[in-house]
Design a binder for this molecule. Sequence first.
Ligand code: ARG
Length: 460
Amino acid sequence: MPTKAWGGRFGAATDKTVEAFTASIHFDQRLAPYDIAGSIAHAQMLGKCGILSRAETGAIVAGLKEIHDEIVRGEFKIDPALEDIHMHVERRLIEKIGALGGKLHTARSRNDQVALDLRLFLRDVIRKIRTGILELQAVLIGQAEAHVETILPGYTHVQRAQPIVLAHHLLAYFEMFQRDRERFADCLGRVNLLPLGAGALAGTPFPIDRHYVAKLLGFAGVLANSEDAVADRDFAVEFLAAGAIFAMHVSRLAEELVLWASAEFGFIELPDAFATGSSIMPQKKNPDVAELARGKTGRVYGALIGLLTTLKGLPLAYNRDLQEDKEPVFDAADTIRGLLAVLIPMLAAVTFRKDRMRAAVADGYLNATDLADYLVTKGVPFRSAHEIVGRIVRHGIEKGRRLEELPLSVLRRFSPAFRADVARHLTLDGCVARRQSFGGTSPARVAEALKTARRALRRP
Ligand code: ARG
């Protein structure tokens, strides 16, 4: 048997540098279980359509199952001369069952085979990622439930802006992750289609049944155009785009954890098991996990841009450039699953420091908007009310007084519209409780939002 499956046309051996340069086995071996599952379905279809005899089909399928077990047991031998996982499995099959193994590749090409393997891999990974995101959302809800009345500053420009409740803040992340879960589901719909049967690019003269293969492998449908089937990697780009957006969300959350764990904020206490120390400063407790989560986002963006760049300008149909699709997809999949694995338990174990949040919200005139809103309820146009309260805040800063510490007589020097009921308007609890607009931070609204969130969790 020639060393190369395609060796027939060649008079000289492949240069070693070419072998090393073109081989993908060192990374595509992780596609082995999918390659074998796809091959078994293909063989069964060839049998059903009378392209292989019943006995041939049985021998090929049995051989493939044995190879699968060898791989699971770690006994499968890798040979860089065999390029990729597809050639390895085929070669092993021929070793085991003889020349009959060579019939497996009837009506198939590595071009449709590799597209199939990557789709099967991504289908698995996306399902696992969606389950992980669901767990992360459940942790956010769990933490939020304990903090429907915990008040902290809400920020714009990293400046204290208006009081909010912590549950509301956590539910903002819940919303982001809900969209991520939807995006991955949407992308799964386009991943879960069968490319096999496209052959090298043009289809095959054999009387195959692609829909039968799709059914055996649990695909929702069959790709309609054979050239598109072997050339398309949109599904991988979409996976990376959904992953990049998810990682961006994780990075934003991680950044808040880093800030909140600092002495300057002190809003959270990281669990010891999820913090790290310094090799020189004995007092340090560092948020390295959150920092790395923020940092690893770059890898996922890189994978997305890398694959888009690989695909740009490729003529139809298959080109070897497409072999470059796998490493970014694997790396992003591993990174995303790694982020979920550590973030879920860490977030569940974070302690929120109500005392520090309350202290931060008391300073900084966070009820200034409410004072202006009060004047509006007394008929003052908002723009004038804003101006009046601005002057009151300046006065408060000069005197070292909070708004609620200024006597009514002083307030009335700025506007005659102030009455005794203004005091009620300035409490922090009043400030959050009044924000009852749909989607607002009032504890009553947030309790409703929590119910809706819990229902969203129950949807798959
Ligand atoms: N290792 C190749 C890849 O990853 C498999 C397909 C190779 N096809 C070919 N005609 N050389 O894309």
